[in-house]
Design a protein around this ligand. Structure first.
Ligand SMILES: NC(=O)c1ccc[n+]([C@@H]2O[C@H](COP(=O)([O-])OP(=O)(O)OC[C@H]3O[C@@H](n4cnc5c(N)ncnc54)[C@H](OP(=O)(O)O)[C@@H]3O)[C@@H](O)[C@H]2O)c1
Length: 389
């Protein structure tokens, strides 16, 4: 058998204990009590496998969903325990006999497409609902070589910024190419070149807006975080304070938001809206949709179920589209844009591996100022030493 490493895990018992402590109130869950540092025996390296030392990972929201069981109880569905973590930067330390794309010493990033369907889209997500999949919040991991992409070390991003992107950038890239493609079926470039593009708070939306901006469109970021808005304003992306509209708690807040957007856009409203959150954000996004607009989502952080007026959406020719994650080829294409388009905002603290649980608790409390990164390796390889300040 392979070697033993430290890895973070979530168990059914830990989820149940925290649910009992909080009386089932998701908002009160302390995620650091649910995710626990464990020992994991890695499988042997097969002919098409790569063993890697994890250097850094980003905290991803799917762990919050796993720990709170607010959508599905994924630990239970997976047999009682999962080893999460589906975004990582690592150093290759061993390759199987058939692996030609990588060699020891290479620095790589992961994608989380767990099993592509006939057209390349994921049937399931790695380290979440893909059966038997072991995640990368660990000191080392064994993966198939098809799961790795060379890390773009010359992109101008530092290691923490690179670590922020393997899951979020392909998600944003897919949503962008799809939303734009859908809009262009209805309104070709011949009729309109500049679009108004809106994203609601969160790392994926920020990247979606960077894509919009890089292609010359007007981009707007509606978030409750002054730090995140300020970072995007430096890129020419207009900030809208979501708290000014009470996070759309009441209809009047949505009406006030609608008026604000109308004045910001000279009455044109938003042609493309990225909404990873749903819940109260969804009606606000629809209220500001332009005619022929597209409202796109790959997330359901605040609610899984939405309701809308089909007649109004039909009359306005608005498309509501749902995506999940990119194809493997799309993940490679998204990686080309690191540094030139994708320049993520990183939370001010880089968390040590042993404090990964706290990183998730603070993500749950929504107190972070950017994408949270966890440093896993104490010793960095020479090739990234200058990139990991
Ligand atoms: N399908 C996929 O492949 C995929 C990939 C990535 C993410 N996701 C999902 O998409 C969602 C967002 O992910 P992310 O990575 O973009 O998020 P993130 O970087 O973790 O940010 C989440 C954002 O949620 C906002 N938020 C928190 N509480 C809120 C509330 N009560 N009302 C309004 N906004 C609130 C915060 O924005 P402000 O406080 O700044 O407003 C925060 O920045 C998650 O549910 C995640 O699981 C899906």
């Amino acid at each position: 058998m392979g070697n033993k490493v430290r890895a973070w895990s979530i168990t059914t018992e830990a989820v149940a204990a925290e649910r009992e402590r909080t009386g089932g109130k998701t908002a009160d869950v302390d995620v650091s009590k649910v995710i626990q540092l464990d020992d994991l025996e890695l499988r042997d390296v097969g002919p098409s496998d790569v063993r890697m030392r994890i250097l850094a990972v980003s905290a991803e929201h799917n762990i919050d969903h796993a720990a709170t069981a607010d959508t599905v109880n994924i630990a239970e569905m997976r047999g009682g325990r999962i080893y999460p973590g589906n975004s990582a930067v690592g150093e290759v330390i061993e390759t199987g006999a058939n692996v030609t794309r990588f060699k020891p010493g290479d620095v790589v990033i992961t994608h989380c497409n767990g099993e592509p369907d006939h057209y390349g889209f994921p049937l399931r997500i790695w380290a979440y609902d893909q059966p038997e999949s072991i995640g990368w919040y660990a000191e080392e991991a064994v993966v198939g070589d098809w799961q790795l992409i060379p890390a773009p070390l010359e992109s101008g991003l530092n290691l923490w910024e690179i670590a922020a992107l393997p899951l979020r950038a392909p998600t944003a890239y897919h949503m962008w190419r799809r939303a734009l493609g859908i809009y262009r079926i209805k309104v070709p470039r011949e009729r309109r070149s500049h679009l108004n593009v809106l994203g609601f708070g969160g790392g994926v939306s920020e990247l979606f807006l960077m894509l919009a901006k890089s292609e010359g469109h007007n981009a707007f970021f509606c978030s409750g975080s002054p730090e995140r808005r300020e970072a995007l304003e430096k890129m020419g992306i207009t900030g809208i304070d979501q708290r000014q509209f009470n996070r759309f708690a009441a209809r009047e807040d949505v009406s006030a938001f609608r008026k604000h957007v109308s004045s910001l856009t000279g009455g044109d409203d938003m042609h493309l809206v990225c909404d990873m959150l749903r819940g109260p954000v969804f009606p606000a996004g629809l209220a500001v949709a332009a005619r022929e607009g597209v409202n796109i989502s790959a997330g359901w952080q605040l609610s899984q179920v939405v309701e809308y007026n089909s007649t109004i959406m039909s009359v306005k020719q608005v498309t509501i589209d749902h995506t999940h994650y990119e194809t493997v080829q799309g993940c490679e294409a998204a990686t080309e844009l690191y540094g030139s388009v994708f320049r993520p905002t990183i939370h001010k603290e880089i968390y040590p591996f042993e404090e990964l649980g706290r990183a998730f608790a603070e993500m749950h409390e929504n107190t972070q100022t950017g994408i949270p990164i966890i440093r896993v390796a104490d010793q960095m390889p020479d090739s990234v030493k200058t990139l990991a300040p």
